[in-house]
Design a protein around this ligand. Structure first.
Ligand SMILES: Nc1ncnc2c1ncn2[C@@H]1O[C@H](COP(=O)(O)OS(=O)(=O)O)[C@@H](OP(=O)(O)O)[C@H]1O
Ligand SMILES: Nc1ncnc2c1ncn2[C@@H]1O[C@H](COP(=O)(O)OP(=O)(O)O)[C@@H](O)[C@H]1O
Length: 208
């Protein structure tokens, strides 16, 4: 299990003259982390990309950190056992914090099944600029979508430890935004992104 305490000693923080507030003025926005959590197939990547596109159209700088994509590089040494997922979320939390410090709207989309890990990422952000978005879609809907055929494999026992089937998912207790089905129907991608944009606007993230 990894720790947040550095292993190295004799290390010192070096401040740079240009800081987050300078970058925010330049970009005319406020850096933050939009953390999208939910089951596989709940629509995390779809929301992340739709939101990224919407912000881009509005002239706002955003960057998507997608769990699946990061597992091709930064996190390619990690699997899906509990300690690997913990380390996966810790790393992405740290990277997201850097992007937010750079002044961007950083959109992280990962299953991030453990409440404690999401809370650790929240705690990394000093100024409440962690916005947790819960894609509260039923397992039935996600399984019916199954765009990669992974639920089918998990049900057949060909993937072990699949979230929602034989591995846990802990829903948020206090997220900033919850998106769910209404009468069994999921809001459209642009409606989902619209909910997040409205929140960002109301909280002043889209202005300096
Ligand atoms: N065992 C198991 N459980 C869950 N998901 C699995 C598993 N094996 C592979 N996949 C694929 O990996 C994607 C999830 O990666 P994440 O980095 O978001 O996962 S986690 O946050 O560390 O739990 C996930 O992508 P999404 O469907 O986009 O969520 C799956 O495609
Ligand atoms: N709001 C939505 N309405 C209808 N279909 C959606 C919506 N969001 C996602 N989908 C579809 O559901 C599937 C899973 O979406 P995806 O974004 O890949 O989920 P995740 O990243 O959580 O695994 C895809 O086929 C996608 O096109």
């Amino acid at each position: 299990m990894s720790s947040t305490v550095p292993k190295s000693s004799n290390i010192f923080w070096h401040d740079c003259p240009v800081g987050k507030s300078d970058r925010q003025k330049l970009l005319k926005q406020k850096g933050c982390v939009v953390w999208i959590t939910g089951l596989s197939g709940s629509g995390k990547s779809t929301l992340a990309c739709t939101l990224g596109r919407e912000l881009h159209t509005r002239g706002k700088l955003a960057y998507v950190l997608d769990g699946d994509n990061l597992r091709h590089g930064l996190n390619k040494d990690l699997g899906f056992k509990a300690e690997d997922r913990v380390e996966n979320i810790r790393r992405v939390g740290e990277v997201a914090k850097l992007f937010a410090d750079a002044g961007l709207v950083c959109i992280a989309s990962l299953i991030s099944p453990y409440r404690r890990d999401r809370e650790s990422c929240r705690a990394m952000m000093s100024d409440n600029s962690f916005i947790e978005v819960f894609l509260n879609m039923s397992l039935e809907l996600c399984e019916a979508r199954d765009p990669k055929g992974l639920y089918k494999l998990a049900r057949a026992g060909k993937i072990k430890g699949f979230t929602g089937i034989d591995d846990p998912y802990e829903p948020p207790l206090n997220c900033e935004i919850e998106i769910k089905e209404v009468d069994g129907v999921c809001p459209s991608p642009s409606d989902m992104a619209g909910q997040v944009v409205t929140y960002l606007e109301e909280k002043g993230y889209l202005h300096e």
